[in-house]
Design a protein around this ligand. Structure first.
Ligand SMILES: [Mg+2]
Length: 445
């Protein structure tokens, strides 16, 4: 058993009965759409879809309850949504506004009870203490929180609250009644109302995991409930399965063991390889390695930093936040966007016309921060663009798994995205052409 991730039965797990109603989870309903309705009163009561760009080819990243009544949901293509709901109003997403509301909602909540952890822009949890764990007191707290948000942020901002012996079940409880729900899962009643849900309603059960569960003969939450920790560990192929079983049974098992806070690589560039293009390729290579390590450690990152140091001593640093991910393709797209940004800021063009022999850089670093072991419970809304376009996502995941497998087998960087600087060519075997991540010019090699 891997010590770093083994469940420590003596100290980590609090029994359901002892924990009682220990956690409260708040999930904002149709968050982006509600904020838009709050800001623009003419949208109240209307079917609204929030979109990343004003084109029918894009997907809704949020839908108001009025739009949901027509079947429009997060992820629906806009050209389809307009067929379902001809009066649909599309509003371009304004992320800074949603972040601003997020802080105001936290403030309103904290007039009632401190927030323990923010899971995403529209989800957070609170730890209940002492008398707050009594059923009537917990219900009162939840209602006071809703009232405080209503009074101090706005009447359009509605939320579902779940209360349970652990934060996982409290989150699951928010799925049972929407909008404006309040569901309490008492440990002695489990599985109780969990049986109203589908397996894929549980955070962490995606289509790939559902397939594994089905293969093991588990098709319902009831079926999953009547397994054992050991069986779940085998199905998940990691200790996360065991943790999942304990959560489902109301044990308060911590989300994660101590894990490194940062993972990444820096490289002083070889004096012959300090050109624009070779530095870019080195950066991609370092990031690729970091992503492989991330997956090997079963971790997810939430923050990416790219740093470059120029030969003249100047530095450029770029940051990017995202929902927990270990997807190489996603990280590479961040790297590419950040590289273009650096070029724009430092050379005045995203594709500067600089000789391929001009030595410019001294050092490059790609660092992944905000590491966590849990993927399931993080930002459901921001996930969309990248993760819920499921077919593509599963294909990518399979490809990444295949790459990791090859690397594991041959113990060196057998597979590589795009081309590699000439000086490194000796390390490299197969080149794989992917349709999105590398730019076209990378395939001349
Ligand atoms: Mg929500």
């Amino acid at each position: 058993m891997n010590n770093a991730y083994s469940l420590d039965m003596d100290t980590a797990i609090e029994s359901p009965i002892k924990a009682g109603l220990k956690w409260l989870f708040l999930d904002l309903n149709s968050y982006f759409a509600s904020v838009e309705q709050q800001e623009n009163p003419h949208l109240i009561g209307k079917p609204v879809a929030v979109v990343p760009s004003m084109t029918d080819a894009t997907c809704a990243i949020a839908a108001s309850y009025e739009a949901k009544a027509f079947g429009v949901k997060t992820g629906t293509k806009i050209y389809e949504a307009k067929k379902m709901c001809p009066n649909l109003i599309c509003i371009k997403a304004d992320h800074s506004r949603y972040v601003d509301y997020h802080h105001r909602i936290i403030e309103a909540t904290e007039r009632v009870i401190p927030v323990n952890k923010t899971w995403s822009v529209d989800e957070f949890d609170c730890l209940l203490l002492g008398r707050e764990r009594k059923y009537e007191n917990a219900v009162k707290l939840a209602n006071d929180m809703k009232q405080s948000i209503y009074d101090h942020v706005g009447k359009q901002i509605r939320c579902s609250i779940g209360i349970a012996p652990n934060s996982f079940l409290a989150k699951v409880a928010t799925e049972i009644e929407k909008p404006n729900g309040l569901v309490i899962l008492k440990p002695e009643d489990l599985p109780g109302r969990l049986l109203e849900l589908k397996l894929t309603d549980l955070p962490g059960i995606n289509i790939a995991m559902l397939t594994r569960l089905n293969k093991a003969g588990i098709n319902t939450i009831e079926g999953l409930y009547h397994t054992s920790p050991k069986q779940c560990r085998a199905i998940w192929r990691s200790v996360q399965g065991e943790r999942f079983w304990y959560w489902l049974h109301g044990y308060d098992v911590p989300y994660q063991k101590t894990s490194p806070s940062m993972l990444g690589h820096s490289r002083m560039l070889d004096p012959k390889s300090r050109t624009l293009e070779e530095t870019r390729q080195m950066g991609r290579r370092l990031l690729f390695k970091a992503c492989t390590r991330l997956r090997r450690k079963q971790l997810y990152a939430k923050h990416f930093i790219m740093k470059v140091t120029f030969l003249n001593g100047q530095r450029w640093v770029g940051h990017r936040d995202f929902p927990a991910s270990q997807d190489t393709f996603l990280m590479m797209s961040f790297f590419d966007a950040m590289w273009q940004q650096m070029c724009l800021e430092c050379f005045g063009s995203t594709t500067p016309n600089i000789s391929n022999r001009k030595m410019i850089f001294l050092k490059i670093s790609t660092l992944l921060h905000g590491l966590t072991t849990d993927e399931g419970i993080t930002g459901d809304l921001f996930d969309l663009d990248y993760q819920k376009q499921s077919d593509n996502h599963i294909k990518k995941k399979n490809l990444i798994t295949a790459i990791d497998g090859l690397q594991e087998k041959y113990k060196k960087e057998t597979v590589w995205l795009g081309v590699v600087p000439e000086t490194l060519a000796g390390d490299v075997g197969t080149k794989i052409a992917f349709n999105r991540v590398p730019s076209k010019e990378e395939f001349w090699g």
